[in-house]
Structures are given as structure tokens and as C-alpha cells.
Design a protein around this ligand. Structure first.
Ligand code: TXA
Ligand code: MG
Length: 307
């Protein structure tokens, strides 16, 4: 019923929020320029930051994008799933969706509700994360309602990964434009030469904006020692992996465990960043490997200071 209603709204050119396996998306008909423009307005999103288009099957992809052999290899390995691939766009995709760029970013989500919604709508759905620009991405329907009280949300519970998709380009040198739920290690098993873009020229426009900011200051620490030293002299809530909680006992600070594994931390981090509206967050960073690399990317953007 909810999916039916949402599909009808999409077909009418309205916005709908829906769950994916990564975070909730704020969707509109990707073939409708006017509908897609509403996303930018609702989010307060800069017009030069393009949207990811979500498809339910290969046929839908073929209608909107030119598929290279290199891209096909990634599709076969990772779709449906949290990997967004850049394709040369076909003219059916309005330029507002790609912010005037020649490429369109597309993914096939691995979520029953998202796939059913796209199928019922009969059109690809453009959807950024369903947060107001700059806020942590939403991992529950409640988060979406906080930011957009008037938008229809399909509640699919807590999302599986809690972190956005990885964005890659495979025209020319294969490169990661945004770290995300598919790790670099997994990508390398399929495309050994792929690397993370570090150049000054920003190819994924979203990367240049301030992001994921909680309402309170966040200080990110790269060692437990540094955090301990700081917390001895300053107040603040400590956030770290569960196995590290004991290191910060007896400091007088509240200590919150973010999860057992790096994967758990990835799933919980945005939820935790949204919770606090008082004090300062003192966060112990993860090692930059596996999913920890993507978590650190988000924390570094969210941080007011890195020690
Ligand atoms: O997991 C996800 O990717 C979620 C769910 C809803 O699918 N979506 C999401 O969208 O995170 P958003 O808009 O918050 O982030 C999209 C990222 C931005 O960094 C944007 O700049 C980049 O993808 N992007 C989108 N289209 C692009 C394009 N044509 N060229 C380069 N980068 C693009
Ligand atoms: Mg976002």
C-alpha cells in the first residue's frame, strides 16, 4: 500500500523518501526535470552537486546510459548493491540531474522496498540521501521526518549498511570518487588498478561541501592516547569501538560504544551523530582499511577539529 502510494506520487512529479540498503533517499522521477529540481530545493542542495539515479533492472539502465565493458564488469560483480557507477548519459536524463555534467551516476539498490518502488513507478528514480544539506545521512524513517516533516516516507526500518554507496568512474583510469559501503579491497579484487582520487580537481562535486555535521562540535582523535590526554583536561562525550571503552574508564567522561566491528560502527555512526545536541563529541578514529576507510572519510568531514 505504502509503495503504491509512493509510486503514484513519483509518477505525479512529487518527492518521496524511501529506504535503500545504505541510507534513506529523497526520490523524484529522474526523467522529469521539474520533479528533480524539487529535490535541490527541498534539501537546500547546491545546483552543481549531481544526483544518483536508481534503477531496478538492466533495461532501465540501458535507457538512460551508455554501458562500457569496464562498467559491465562492475555491474556483474556488485549489482544490486551499494556501488554507484558513472556512465555517459543519454539525452533522456535531464541536465539538472547531472548538474550539467556529461556523466550520470547510477546504482541498483539491494533493498526490496526500493526496487519495488522503482518498478511500480516505471521510471528511474533520482535520489540523494534524504537529509538537509550538510546534516548526517538518515538511516531511519525518523531521521527523514526530522529533516523533512512534510514529505511522504516509506518506513523500512534501520538501513543495513548505514553508510552511502561507493562512487566509481571507469572511463579512463578506474577511480573511486567517494568512499562508501563497498570497500576498496573488494573493488580491487575485480579491478586491480583502481585507486582513490586524490587530485585537486574535484570530479565528484559533493566531495567539496561540508558534510555530515552533528549539531555539536566533534573532535576526531587518531589515537587512544591523545584522546585520553585531552579528556583528562576537558569534558566531552567519548565515542569509540566497544572493545576500547575500557581504556577511557575513570576519566569522568561518558563513554559510548559504537559497535563491536568496524562494520557495526559504519552502521551506527550517522545515527549517533544525529542524537546529540549538547556538549562536545570526542571520537576515536578507526584504522583506514576496509570499511574503516569510509567511516574515517565521513568523520573527517564531520569534524570541527582533528587531533
Ligand atoms: O547510498 C547512496 O549513494 C545514497 C542512496 C540514497 O542511494 N545516495 C547518496 O546520494 O548518497 P548523495 O547525493 O548524498 O551523494 C551522491 C554523491 C555526491 O558526492 C555527488 O557529487 C556524486 O555522488 N555524484 C552524483 N552524480 C555524479 C556525477 N554525474 N558525476 C560525479 N559525481 C556524481
Ligand atoms: Mg548525501
Amino acid at each position: 500500500m505504502e509503495i503504491e502510494k509512493a509510486a503514484m506520487l513519483i509518477r505525479k512529479g512529487e518527492l518521496v523518501a524511501f529506504p535503500t540498503e545504505t541510507v534513506y533517499g529523497l526520490g523524484a522521477n529522474a526523467l522529469d526535470a521539474k520533479a528533480s529540481r524539487k529535490i535541490f530545493k527541498a534539501k537546500g542542495r547546491p545546483a552543481d552537486n549531481p544526483l544518483i539515479v536508481h534503477v531496478a533492472d538492466k533495461k532501465m539502465l540501458e535507457k538512460i546510459a551508455h554501458i562500457s565493458p569496464a562498467a559491465k564488469k562492475l555491474i556483474d560483480a556488485f549489482w544490486p548493491g551499494p556501488l554507484t557507477i558513472l556512465f555517459r548519459k543519454k539525452s533522456i536524463i535531464p541536465s539538472v540531474v547531472t548538474a550539467g555534467l556529461p556523466n550520470v551516476a547510477v546504482r541498483m539498490p539491494e533493498n526490496r522496498i526500493a526496487l519495488a518502488l522503482i518498478k511500480k513507478s516505471g521510471v528511474p528514480i533520482a535520489a540523494p540521501s534524504a537529509n538537509r544539506s550538510g546534516r548526517p545521512s538518515p538511516t531511519t524513517a525518523e531521521h527523514v521526518k526530522e529533516d523533512f516533516p512534510d514529505i511522504f516516507v516509506i518506513d523500512g526500518g534501520r538501513t543495513k549498511h548505514g553508510l552511502e554507496s561507493t562512487v566509481v568512474a571507469v572511463d579512463g583510469t578506474p577511480r573511486v570518487l567517494r568512499l562508501g559501503a563497498i570497500t576498496l579491497e573488494r573493488l580491487k579484487r575485480v579491478v586491480p588498478e583502481i585507486s582513490i582520487v586524490k587530485s585537486k580537481k574535484i570530479e565528484s562535486p559533493g566531495q567539496k561541501y561540508k558534510h555530515y555535521a552533528p549539531k555539536v562540535p566533534l573532535i576526531l582523535f587518531n589515537s587512544a592516547e591523545k584522546l585520553k590526554r585531552y579528556a583528562k583536561k576537558n569534558s566531552g562525550m567519548i565515542l569509540c569501538k566497544e572493545k576500547e571503552v575500557k581504556k577511557f574508564k575513570n576519566l569522568g567522561n561518558r563513554v559510548i560504544g559504537l559497535g563491536k566491528t568496524d562494520k557495526d560502527v559504519a552502521r551506527n555512526i550517522f545515527n549517533e551523530l544525529r542524537k546529540h545536541d549538547k556538549g562536545t563529541l570526542l571520537v576515536l578514529g578507526l584504522e583506514k582499511k576496509g570499511i574503516g576507510r569510509a567511516v574515517m572519510d565521513r568523520l573527517e568531514r564531520a569534524a570541527t577539529r582533528i587531533i
